[in-house]
Design a protein around this ligand. Structure first.
Ligand code: NOJ
Length: 565
């Protein structure tokens, strides 16, 4: 296996709008990230991924790009990005940015041209189609649904035709079949790599090809959402091989593709196997669905399915063990908060530490999502107007249509899943607005910032934040660093529904990582091992008697061991 710098990195994801406001306008910005670089350096991360900061009308918080070469006004200027890159590089921190190439904003000049007429030179930059006529009425070319609700086609009066958009109406999909589009995107990527970026998180990359335009049969919904119609289709791999050859490899760029929850392991290997010549890694979301978050009909069910979770991690660790590399992330800006999904509100500190140990000692590259390291939680939404996110509003509308007399239920469902949970202001200190901004913030601030914030945790040796630091230190600087990065991974006792145990082995070293996902006392037998050391744990004074380890609620402990023969 060829070793790469990003295998030894620890990543951190930044949502610029809510990270830090440096210029007192209530909105996060690039210089805000610059000002917090020392914090990130001290935390130990050496790779940051910044969500979109391109110029945009902000229909989807910057994933709707109006100008690829300009920074959105409230985020700052190109010079600020340069300043950020220079300082990050001085500190040894690599920087990657979101590369949005499935769609643009409808305010992008290409689309403005494309709409104008059927023979405009930019017409084929997007996917246009005539409507169907049913009972003398014009309807969409197919009944396919979009991710943000409704049809995946939008009607445009100007030329009496429909354009495809699998996200919002303001995000028309680019036509990747057009070689000119491919070249434009290569030029955008090249420009940013020349500017100093170290790579990209590639947005919605599995959607670049579409199936033939045939209706989905026997659908319950008017616009059923069937991902297969626009996900992981064969041509996507041709496009990625082209991008890899003309852009990524030539610039030694790190590339992580977002392949959504729908890519199977087989498909993921096609994207990111060592020999695939496409991407460095892919983000998958399989482990995000192991807690019935999407089923609120029975609130009791809303708890982690530990066996499922273990099997999911195991599947990815094994599939990629000789063939490729995986990112290790609990969640991102599209998911509710880790503490509100897999953490335990009665044992926040213990469960938070356990979750960090469980994931970030696996084989792969960690990506910590901003605020995760201090245990930020979901937002207590009280009104539909609290939602800023376009898809949360769409979920609310959809749910309300199902039960028009029960807006409380609709709000509850939309809140549980809302992407806004992850997009509240970063909680820096106890001061007003959580120290995110000193002006009235234009983003939500969670009320619990006096309890949960960076400053308080920096001053507390036993805090979650300090546990994250220790884990990162172990990965990057300790005597176990090669083991943690390159060692083998083996899961033990996979059917145990409370304890997650795995072994990491490298040359003469073995680590045994034991994590309890339970509020109740659990017991684990250690008789196969001679214990050499305790490497890290989240409780004092371990309880081991006659080779039996008693685990307290959410206890997590890592031993250096020698296996008994
Ligand atoms: C995935 C991004 O993570 C999400 O935030 C965005 O809404 C869609 N892609 C569309 O760009």
């Amino acid at each position: 296996m060829q070793k790469k710098w990003w295998m030894e990195s620890v990543g951190y994801q930044i949502y610029p709008k809510t990270f830090y406001d440096s210029n007192h306008d209530g909105f996060g910005d690039i210089l805000g990230i610059y000002e917090k670089l020392e914090y990130l350096n001290d935390l130990g991360v050496n790779l940051i991924w910044i969500c979109p900061f391109y110029d945009s009308p902000m229909d989807d918080n910057g994933y709707d790009v109006r100008d690829f070469f300009k920074v959105y006004e409230s985020f700052g200027k190109l010079e600020d990005v340069k300043k950020l890159l220079d300082r990050a590089h001085e500190l040894g921190i690599k920087v990657i940015m979101d590369f949005v190439l499935n769609h643009t904003s409808d305010e992008h000049p290409w689309f403005i041209e494309s709409r104008k007429s059927k023979d405009n030179p930019y017409r084929d930059y997007y996917i246009w189609h005539d409507g169907k006529v049913i009972n003398d009425k014009k309807v969409e070319p197919t009944n396919w649904g979009s991710f943000f609700g409704g049809s995946c086609w939008n009607y445009d009066e100007l030329t009496d035709s429909y354009y495809m958009k699998i996200f919002s109406n303001k995000m028309p999909d680019l036509n990747w079949k057009n070689p000119k589009v491919q070249q434009e995107i290569v030029d955008v990527g090249k420009w940013w790599l020349d500017f100093g970026m170290d790579g990209f998180r590639i947005d919605a990359v599995s959607h670049l090809d579409r199936d033939s335009f045939v209706d989905i049969k026997n659908a319950k919904d008017k616009y059923p959402l069937d991902w297969h119609k626009f996900s992981n289709l064969p041509k996507v791999h041709d496009y990625l091989k082209m991008l890899n050859k003309s852009l990524f490899t030539t610039n030694d760029a790190l590339t992580i593709g977002e392949v959504g929850g729908q890519a199977t392991i087989k498909e993921a290997i096609k994207y990111a196997g060592f020999n695939s010549n496409e991407l460095s890694m892919v983000f998958n979301f399989d482990h995000n669905w192991c807690n019935n978050l999407f089923d609120i009909t029975n609130p009791k069910k809303l708890k982690t399915n530990v066996v499922d979770l273990k099997k999911t991690f195991n599947k990815w660790q094994h599939a990629f063990k000789d063939n490729g590399w995986v990112p290790l992330n609990w969640l991102n800006h599209d998911q509710p908060r880790l503490m509100s999904q897999y953490g335990d509100y009665k044992f926040p500190l213990q469960s938070g530490k356990m979750l960090a140990t469980a994931l970030y000692l696996m084989r792969g590259t960690p990506f910590i999502y901003q605020g995760e390291e201090i245990g930020m939680t979901n937002y207590p939404f009280e009104d539909v107007n609290d939602f800023d996110d376009i898809s949360s509003r769409a979920t609310y509308t959809y749910e309300l249509e199902k039960t028009p007399d029960d807006p409380v239920r609709a709000l509850k469902v939309a809140s549980l899943r809302s992407r806004d949970n992850a997009r509240t202001a970063m909680q820096w200190n106890k001061e007003e607005f959580a120290g995110f901004s000193d002006e009235n913030p234009k983003v939500l601030v969670n009320r619990n910032y006096k309890k949960i914030n960076v400053e308080t945790q920096l001053n507390d040796q036993k805090s979650l934040l300090n546990h994250y630091k220790k884990i990162i230190h172990l990965r990057r600087f300790s005597e176990f660093k090669d083991l943690i990065v390159y060692g083998s991974y083996e899961q033990i006792d996979i059917e145990n529904e409370y304890i997650y145990v795995y072994k990491r082995i490298y040359e003469h070293q073995t680590l045994l990582v034991i994590n309890s996902f339970s509020r109740k006392k659990q017991v684990y037998q250690l008789n196969h091992y001679d214990i050499k050391n305790i490497v890290i744990s989240n409780y004092d004074k371990q309880k081991i008697k006659n080779q039996e380890l008693t685990l307290r609620p959410f206890e997590s402990i890592v031993f250096e061991v020698k296996e008994k023969l």
